[in-house]
Design a protein around this ligand. Structure first.
Ligand code: ARG
Length: 566
């Protein structure tokens, strides 16, 4: 039974059968007073007007004889300080070690979520504005799967809209035969820019031609449809090249176009239920009661928009998957859009599915905006190449280049470089803006990806030297305070994974891993391992092995590779 449960049972024993599932045990803020504390007796007493110290004492009384605890003390105004017993601690370590899920509660078993992330616009190269949605979304994807959820990772590509008229016209007129034959996303981007510029011509001829191409596409003209399909395929191919570098995989690529045929039906239902009303030729849903303004669901020219498409998308996902939740990871400038369509979806009766927007702040580069001098956004590909280049310089500066094999050095540079970029993002609360700093991201000390990767590689090499196998096969035992602190923190792993999911913040897990690596490092400095005699040596090696597993698994859940040798 876990500590929360033990306390909950004691609460109902002390105060009667009420629901105490909210009662929690948290790690002690000061190790001198115990291993854990529980402040909920105080909270409960205040709510009921009881004497808080007395309430805490009744809980302490109910905990007498509880085998897990060595000591329970009432402190201050009514806190409970808890010291756990060695046997309990050792049992939990063994349990974690023996469990394929490393004691992460499978709270998501039988539950389904859709996570909508990355979602770039087609026919454009991915730029660094896409990194956060991709990296945060993928970490959430991994974390939810670790909790046993069935996850549908969906890439909601921006693959429909007026830009395709401009693109088709540009493709026909602004590219060379050679470019058309070996079409790339870069060429598509180029012809878009040229065509969009010409669409500004005063005579309006080019603009009309673009519109004509768009109309043909919308009406299902075979040639334009084939071109559009080719643009999308080439775009996805290019995106997948980035995703392969980042270790990201999607279950589906359902772009906006997928929902096209469903949009008229959505609007019909909105009108039939009186939710959408005509206003200046357009159809709008008035959300001013909720201070969300009005949302247009059909423009005056008859076209649908982003809101309509997202409503159709909810209908489609609910119909196909009946998910418990749909999680959208986008930048925080889209907050109004999500609030609006969440509200409309609820009014349409989609209240059984929980719609969650995970907004993130922008990333700047040491105070500079994320674009080049010419005003173009920095390409994600270039950012990743730069990360690799810098990481390679670090690897070579450390090891030299003599003798070591260039291909494995390159691979290592990718693991470190991409890991550094990801961790620089994931270690921040998604809601905050990030000022990206190469030196900080790649630092071998401090809260960085490379620091954690090095900690992992170091413990792996220690175990190799010791000839130890992973896992405390012969059981665990914990004797010194440094061992106990490390052991207690290892046991917090499942909680960190659950809290990261509950808050939709991979940063909770990143924080946990950083603290763990720091604790390990002080344990390592204070506790000789290879130089110790049996059984101290085995006892400490077992903790090292569990540390390696937890850190390795934690990094995996953040989508960060953990090479065993650096
Ligand atoms: N394509 C959009 C963009 O680049 C993001 C889409 C997010 N997902 C959604 N269902 N609206 O901003």
């Amino acid at each position: 039974m876990d500590l929360d449960n033990i306390l909950q049972k004691a609460f109902s024993q002390a105060f009667g059968g009420e629901d105490f599932s909210w009662v929690r045990v948290v790690p002690a803020t000061d190790a001198r007073f115990g291993d854990y504390q529980c402040n909920d007796a105080l909270k409960y007493a205040k709510k009921l007007g009881m004497n808080p110290r007395q309430a805490a004492s009744s809980v302490a009384e109910a905990l007498k004889g509880e085998a897990a605890f060595e000591k329970v003390e009432v402190a201050g105004p009514g806190f409970l300080n808890i010291t756990v017993g060695e046997k309990w601690l050792e049992g939990r370590l063994a349990e974690m070690d023996g469990d394929a899920n490393m004691a992460v509660a499978q709270s998501g078993a039988g539950r389904k979520v859709v996570i909508d992330y990355s979602s770039p616009n087609a026919a454009k190269q991915m730029h660094i504005g896409h990194i956060r949605s991709t990296v945060i979304g993928n970490a959430l994807d991994r974390i939810f799967r670790a909790l046993g959820y069935e996850v549908v990772a969906d890439n909601h590509l921006g693959d429909w809209g007026t830009q395709f008229g401009i693109l088709i016209k540009g493709y026909r007129e602004c590219l060379t035969d050679e470019e058309r034959e070996n079409l790339t996303v870069a060429a598509l981007e180029k012809c878009y820019v040229l065509s969009a510029a010409k669409a500004k011509d005063e005579d309006g001829v080019w603009k009309d031609a673009c519109r004509a191409e768009l109309v043909k596409l919308q009406q299902g003209d075979a040639e334009n449809l084939a071109l559009w399909k080719r643009f999308i395929e080439i775009s996805i191919g290019e995106f997948e090249r980035m995703y392969a570098k980042l270790g990201v995989k999607f279950d589906t690529y359902r772009g906006e176009s997928y929902y096209n045929p469903m949009m008229p039906g959505v609007v019909e239902r909105l009108v039939a239920t009186g939710l959408a009303k005509e206003s200046e030729g357009a159809l709008v849903v008035d959300l001013s009661d909720e201070k969300l303004g009005v949302a247009i669901v059909r423009k005056s020219d008859g076209g649908y928009n982003y809101t309509t498409s997202d409503l159709a998308c909810v209908e489609s996902r609910v119909g196909e998957y009946s998910p418990e939740r749909i999680i959208y990871v986008t930048d925080d400038r889209q907050q109004l859009h999500f609030r609006q369509f969440f509200s409309i979806a609820a009014k349409m009766g989609y209240s059984g599915v929980k719609l969650v927007h995970v907004p993130f702040g922008l990333m700047s580069f040491k105070g500079k905006a994320i674009s080049t001098r010419e005003g173009n956004l920095i390409r994600l590909d270039d950012l990743l190449s730069e990360a690799k280049r810098r990481a390679l310089a670090i690897v070579e500066a450390r090891d030299g280049t003599d003798g070591s094999d260039p291909a494995s050095r390159e691979r290592l540079a990718e693991q470190i470089g991409y890991g550094a970029v990801k961790y620089a993002d994931l270690s921040h609360d998604p809601a905050t803006a990030i000022d990206f700093d190469w030196d900080k991201a790649l630092a071998l000390e401090g809260n960085s990806g490379p620091y954690l990767q090095y900690a992992y590689a170091r413990v792996c090499s220690l175990m190799e030297k010791a000839g130890a196998s992973a896992g405390g096969g012969s059981g665990y035992s914990v004797a010194t305070p440094a061992e106990k602190r490390l052991a207690l923190h290892l046991l917090e792993f499942p909680g960190a994974v659950s809290r990261a999911a509950e808050a939709y913040k991979p940063s909770v897990l990143a924080d946990y891993l950083f603290q763990l690596a720091q604790l390990y490092s002080s344990f390592y400095q204070n506790s000789p391992i290879l130089k110790s005699e049996s059984p101290v040596r085995e006892r400490r090696l077992a903790l090292c092995a569990l540390f390696a597993r937890v850190l390795g698994r934690g990094l995996e859940l953040l989508g960060i590779e953990a090479p065993r040798h650096i």
